[in-house]
Design a protein around this ligand. Structure first.
Ligand SMILES: NC(=O)c1ccc[n+]([C@@H]2O[C@H](COP(=O)([O-])OP(=O)(O)OC[C@H]3O[C@@H](n4cnc5c(N)ncnc54)[C@H](OP(=O)(O)O)[C@@H]3O)[C@@H](O)[C@H]2O)c1
Length: 292
């Protein structure tokens, strides 16, 4: 199996490449430089030369707030770019994994969304990711659509890093508690994706760490496990207005993942613990490198 991973300079793409390398699989990770989603010709040339048998498509325009004022670019990358890549997967007989998001759902109610629940994205980014899903489903038969949420990994900015940084200068923080979802540690997701591409169990899945929490609960647990004495005060979303609307309900059901026989990801609290260790060892490596 020869795997192409898009978005290698991002959080998930980085960890997918590491996971596949650890399994001694043939893999190449690409960024927007060598594999621009807005240039179908360049992508075709790359596919012709590498001829992957599977593509894990992690790359995306992920600036959710900026997308509200930059719809054209967001759609060009997430919708048209994904459609162009799906056509290439079809032409080169490659399986495709498309990483999508909880933002395709309307975000109301309190029940976990099933994979086939009605879609109604409330922001431009969500609309573009849904258009990407629809293109993949129209163009391909051999696809996996994997919706994830609240991503954190070693190779990028994320909520955990933001909290740890704020915790260095604050004794108390206010954090939103009326948005409920599930964090996704890219290390854990990469294990699932590496398993998934080796099967023919095509379809739509939700994959996050197990359990639900609010952002405030997420923050409190980060500080607890990091041994930082920071008071977290829950506040409503209205306290932090954002350019793009965020869903209140990001709970997603794992029924299809379970029924297909895939292993569920560990609980989110467990993932935080392992991420903090990963951050610590990165810090040690950087300190050692700085000392020469
Ligand atoms: N982050 C979240 O909380 C979250 C939640 C739900 C779903 N997701 C989905 O999960 C996936 C991975 O997210 P992430 O957080 O790992 O992303 P990320 O860290 O923001 O990285 C984005 C990646 O996409 C690449 N990219 C951006 N524009 C591109 C273009 N025009 N052509 C080619 N590559 C381009 C970037 O490459 P360059 O560095 O070269 O620009 C980078 O490698 C995405 O599909 C995202 O939509 C993320």
């Amino acid at each position: 199996m020869r795997v192409l991973v898009t978005g290698v300079t991002g959080q998930l793409g980085h960890d997918c490449v590491i996971e596949l390398q650890d399994r001694d699989m043939e893999v190449r990770g690409v960024s927007s430089k060598e594999f621009p989603l807005t240039d179908a010709g360049a992508m075709r040339r790359y596919m012709e030369a590498y001829r992957p048998t599977a593509v894990i498509h992690c790359a995306a325009y992920t600036a959710v707030d900026r997308a509200e004022d930059d719809k054209e670019t967001c759609m060009a990358v997430n919708a048209e770019g994904t459609a162009a890549l799906a056509r290439l997967c079809r032409d080169f007989h490659a399986k495709m994994v498309y990483i999508s998001t909880d933002y395709v759902f309307p975000g109301n109610g309190t029940e976990p969304y099933e994979v086939d629940a009605p879609k109604d994205p409330k922001n431009v980014y969500g609309q573009s990711k849904l258009a990407g899903e629809e293109a993949v489903q129209q163009i391909l038969k051999r696809y996996f659509i994997v919706r994830i949420s609240w991503v954190f990994g070693i190779n990028g900015k994320n909520f955990v890093r933001t909290m740890l940084k704020l915790g260095q200068t604050h004794k108390a923080l206010t954090v939103v508690d009326d948005q409920i979802g599930s964090p996704t540690y890219t290390r854990d997701l990469a294990v699932l994706l590496a398993d998934m591409i080796q099967t023919e169990k095509y379809g739509v899945y939700h994959a996050t760490n197990e359990g639900f929490c609010s952002w405030a609960e997420f923050a409190a647990e980060i500080f607890r496990q990091a041994g930082m004495d920071i008071k977290v005060t829950p506040v409503p979303s209205s306290a932090y207005p954002t350019r793009a609307v965020r869903p209140h309900n990001s709970r997603m059901s794992k029924k299809s993942l379970r029924e297909a026989g895939f292993l569920l990801l560990p609980r989110w609290q467990d993932a935080i613990g392992r991420y903090l260790i990963e951050l610590e060892s990165l810090k040690e490596q950087e300190e050692m490198a700085a000392q020469g």
